[in-house]
Design a protein around this ligand. Structure first.
Ligand code: AHR
Length: 507
């Protein structure tokens, strides 16, 4: 009986114990809501890379895998649960070698092209198929155009093809291909990583190119996508924010989390030791300083705050094991990376209106892994699911007192990370992360001016740092119910080691 009680308490299913000495305390000021967390902060990225699109999501109408117009029913169904607000497509590096005309018209007449050195781009997924996915998910589209090997005319034609509402030859071509109404393009990216795979350019050169491209991107006034300039390090933000004022809605940056910090030997996906646990979480936490560095430049060059900072590629990147195409397993460690990143994005909600994690399925820090007809949801998937209430929620000021720290060797990171917001359903949500892989931590929660009666939600944790789901054991890591009741007018939440918790507070 005691054993059962203990186990349930570890999972947080029964009431958490009351206060202890040396407790971390969190104070939330619910009376002073801050900026809204744009739901697009929870965006996703789907690139034609490996099995990210083909097999992972699109199997074609002749497949034995149950599908709707070629899109896998199991994958689409699971993604719907995440309320995905935005999908970036078709790349990445792929975008700068993608020619949109190859992907329209009858599928059997479309050419095959070389992608990443192999002839494996069959163009079965083109503009119309992508927007079919967008419609099924009830999400918005972020299209990334081709600067590297395209032309101003080609990009201008694509935007017109998608957004023009009639009359133009390209709108007629779209109608001939089965779509009368224009597609809605929320964001349009002008190239990708121009400093590297997009063309090895200097920022000043790209700024001129961007202006030229952007000038000819014609869309009806009301349907004009938000244009995004592809940035790089802060020297790029410096040039782009000066040169592209009034021509761009955002500058995008990419920030990957690599356990070793070295691209050549990044680190293991599974079976890693504690040094790679802490180095990964420490690397993910650097996102905060990176955003601050870019925002310092933006604040100087764009004090009117017209330009957003979009982090349109982020997530973990490990050494490839087994399968190619940047396929990697995903463990509890990835769930914590996602949660810590969300807290940082919430902190910068005013200036970071959009991010897209790399990537949606089978590539890098994915939500979903597939192997032919099999599908499994990753710990990262569950983190996104737990944080759905934060989409379009109002941030609330939160202070952490007497935080623990977690140290291994020469690395120290904060023990507890937290974020609070008032969601659209009116409830106050609190998210907590305990980075320590061995020690639980007790957190006292105080909401100014309110007596909190309790908390209820979900906890995601496991016994091993690299706990993960496989096709054979798909339920090894998944959220469990969590609740805590206030005692003596005070609420204490016991956060297990290496855990993510999201709860709504009973006010
Ligand atoms: O997400 C994988 C690749 O990483 C993208 O194609 C590229 O933009 C980045 O370097």
């Amino acid at each position: 009986m005691n054993f059962i009680k203990h186990s349930l308490a570890v999972l947080g299913i029964i009431a958490a114990p009351v206060f202890a000495a040396g407790q971390v305390s969190i104070s939330i000021d619910a009376g002073k809501p801050g900026p809204v967390i744009n739901k697009n902060v929870y965006g996703q990225f789907a690139e034609h890379l490996g099995t990210g699109v083909y097999e992972g999501m699109y199997v074609g109408t002749n497949s034995n895998i149950p599908n709707t117009r070629g899109w896998r029913n199991d994958v689409v169904g699971a993604l719907k649960e995440l309320h995905v607000p935005l999908v970036r497509w078709p790349g990445g590096c792929f975008a700068d070698s993608y020619h949109w005309r190859d992907g329209i018209g009858p599928q059997d007449k479309r050419p095959s092209n070389v992608n990443g050195g192999r002839v494996d781009e069959i163009n079965a997924v083109g503009t119309h198929e992508f927007f079919d996915l967008i419609d099924m998910l009830g999400t918005e589209a972020y299209i990334n155009g081709n600067v590297g090997t395209g032309s101003v005319q080609e990009m201008s034609d694509w935007v017109e093809y998608m957004t023009s509402d009639g009359g133009s030859p390209l709108a007629r071509l779209r109608a001939q291909n089965g779509r009368d109404k224009p597609f809605k393009v929320a964001y349009f990216g002008i190239g990708n990583e121009l400093w590297g795979c997009g063309g090895n350019m200097k920022p000043g050169y790209y700024a001129n190119l961007y202006s030229n491209y952007e000038h000819f991107l014609r869309a009806p006034e009301k349907a004009r996508p938000k244009m995004i300039a592809a940035g790089g390090d802060t020297s790029w933000t410096e040039v782009l924010s000066k040169e592209l004022k009034d021509r761009t809605s955002g500058i995008s940056i990419h920030q990957y989390t690599i356990p070793s910090g070295i691209w050549e030997v990044k680190g293991k996906t599974l079976g890693f030791k504690e040094d790679e646990w802490i180095s990964t979480l420490a690397a993910a936490s650097k996102m905060d300083q990176i955003i601050k560095d870019h925002l310092a430049v933006l604040d100087k060059n764009d004090p009117e705050k017209k330009i957003g900072l979009m982090i349109d590629e982020w997530g973990t990147w490990y050494d490839e094991e087994g399968r190619s195409g940047l396929y990697q397993q995903n463990s509890l460690r990835d769930a914590l990376v996602a949660a810590l990143s969300f807290h940082i994005f919430h902190e910068h909600a005013e200036r970071v209106p959009m991010t897209t994690i790399a990537q949606m399925v089978n590539v890098l820090q994915a939500m979903i892994l597939t192997d032919k007809e099999k599908m499994v949801l990753t710990p990262t998937y569950y983190t996104f699911q737990m944080y759905v209430p934060f989409q379009d929620a109002k941030t609330l000021p939160l202070a952490i007192k007497d935080n623990t720290s977690y140290t291994l060797g020469s690395t120290t990171i904060p023990g507890v990370s937290a974020s609070a917001a008032r969601a659209k359903d009116g409830k106050l949500y609190l998210a907590l992360v305990n980075t320590d892989p061995s020690k639980p931590v007790e957190v006292a929660v105080n909401v100014a001016g309110t007596k909190v009666k309790g908390a209820a939600g979900k906890v995601l944790t496991s016994a091993a740092m690299d706990a993960h789901n496989t096709f054979e054991q798909p339920q090894a890591v998944k959220p469990a119910a969590f609740s805590a009741r206030a005692a003596g007018g005070k609420l204490a939440i016991k956060v297990p080691a290496k855990a993510v918790i999201v709860v709504s507070l009973e006010e």
